[in-house]
Design a binder for this molecule. Structure first.
Ligand code: PMP
Length: 322
């Protein structure tokens, strides 16, 4: 788990403290382990070699989403605020001194030893770990994907909006079957049969120069990258995104398609169910959006620097030490 450039030990935030990752252990009686009763976030920090800093992208929005989702499940430890979570995360990154693109995984989980899966037995805890992460999906080439025959879990069953640990059984089913069948990933349909999202990313289509993406009521995670790209397309390219219900066959009509997410970033799709998307090559607008996204997440565009939170430069005397 530790990255090649990171000094050992790697620290985690666990039980209200910063501890070596090897000491951050939970009991096998933990309800979150038994029942998947947890909520999590995936946040990226980009390494800026020129200034020797990590640039954490839209951290506040990730923690706002975590805290908002915790209301669905009554799963919120006392005294946690967006500000306190951001401060803990920055401190952890500065302690771990990773010098590469980094993934941050905060998890709010049901601790204790309650035997019944019941959120009223409140014993919520928070842990955070970090690790180096390059590509989650290969974004250098177009992805070949399928429509999964597993349907997205419905809002009235396990809400996809919540980013709940247990919900990723649904993701794992779709990904494993897609990979076994030779595809790179999968697209979920809703229970009603309309397009939802990728296994762990949101989906955009380009048709006649316009962007289309399933609306928030299509059992999707309300992705922060999705919202980022909608904003960037409007502000920088003057292109509006239609957030709407999308039929399956619209996938086969699309001129371009791409996945997006914190892990996936902007990942071109060139084939769906053995049908080429448009020309069968990475689309022109997709490429422009991907290029712009990487400028923005690396704090290269002043207009968006409020989305970027920087750690102390690695050589700075004030750099956090333990
Ligand atoms: N959908 C699902 C199911 C996901 O797991 C993710 C990754 N967090 C996304 C969409 C993309 O969300 P975000 O852009 O906030 O990372």
């Amino acid at each position: 788990m530790s990255s090649k450039n990171s000094p050992m030990p790697n620290y985690a935030y666990f039980n209200g403290d910063f501890v070596p990752l090897s000491e951050a252990k939970i009991s096998i009686l933990t309800p979150a382990f038994l029942y998947g009763t947890s909520l999590f976030e995936g946040i990226r920090a980009y390494w800026l070699p020129e200034t020797k800093q990590l640039c954490v992208f839209r951290m506040e929005e990730h923690y706002e989403r975590l805290l908002t989702n915790s209301r669905i499940f009554h799963l919120l430890p006392k005294n946690l605020t967006v500000d306190s979570l951001c401060d803990i995360t920055i401190r952890l990154l500065e302690m771990n001194q990773l010098q590469e693109d980094t993934y941050i995984r905060p998890t709010l989980y049901q601790a204790g030893d309650a035997i019944t899966p019941n959120f009223n037995v409140l014993d919520a805890d928070l842990c955070i770990w970090t690790r180096g992460l390059g590509q989650y999906l290969d974004i250098s080439k177009g992805l070949k994907v399928c429509v999964s025959n597993w349907r997205r879990s419905a809002d009235n069953a396990i809400p996809a909006r919540a980013k709940a640990g247990g919900a990723y059984m649904n993701t794992a089913l779709a990904v494993s079957d897609a990979r076994k069948a030779g595809f790179d990933d999968a697209i979920f349909l809703t229970q009603e049969g309309t397009v939802s999202e990728g296994s762990a990313m949101n989906l955009f289509l380009v048709k006649d120069g316009k962007l289309h993406t399933p609306s928030k009521t299509e059992d999707i995670l309300e992705g922060i990258t999705r919202e980022t790209l909608i904003t960037l397309a409007r502000e920088e390219f003057g292109i509006e995104t239609f957030e709407r219900t999308i039929d399956r066959t619209e996938l086969y009509h699309a001129d371009e398609a791409f996945f997006c997410g914190t892990g996936a970033q902007v990942a071109p799709i060139t084939e769906i169910d053995h049908r080429p998307v448009g020309t069968g090559k990475t689309g022109e607008l997709t490429q422009r959006i991907q290029n712009l996204y990487f400028e923005v997440v690396k704090n290269k565009i002043d207009k968006y620097n409020s989305w970027c939170r920087l750690t102390q430069p690695l050589d700075a005397p004030t750099h956090a030490q333990v």
